[in-house]
Design a protein around this ligand. Structure first.
Ligand SMILES: [Fe+2]
Length: 122
């Protein structure tokens, strides 16, 4: 799964069907986001997965801030069947819950911080 950001308006994009064509926004090419790109901040952006049966709770270690100037914008769980996405709000605990189908397995988890960009498990 790849995420792209417009260098003009900071809008984040994903491709649901990837035809290997460049994606543009604001008449400019978007940049593919590189995950885990701030090594000094790594321990503050680790998604923590708790799975009980089909019920998944994802939190962020070390109480990541959720204030206007620094917050997690969304958490996205990728599975062998697709992905599930939840937006987070300012002052909300950085915690989301998802339900997996019986034949669905988590393949990765992504989170996006407004200051420290995209993070994933691997
Ligand atoms: Fe952050």
């Amino acid at each position: 799964m790849k995420f792209y950001r417009c260098t003009e308006c900071d809008q984040i994009h994903i491709k649901l069907i990837d035809q290997n064509n460049d994606m543009t926004c604001c008449n400019a090419p978007t940049e593919e986001l590189v995950e885990n790109n701030f090594p000094d901040e790594a321990r503050n952006h680790v998604p923590k997965i708790r799975k009980i049966g089909n019920f998944v709770t994802i939190t962020i270690d070390n109480n990541h801030p959720m204030v206007d100037i620094h917050h997690i914008e969304f958490i996205c769980m990728e599975t062998n069947k697709g992905f599930k996405y939840k937006k987070l709000n300012i002052n909300q605990e950085p915690k989301v819950q998802f339900i997996l189908a019986n034949d669905e397995e988590i393949t990765n988890v992504y989170l996006y911080c407004n200051l420290h960009s995209l993070w994933s498990l691997h």
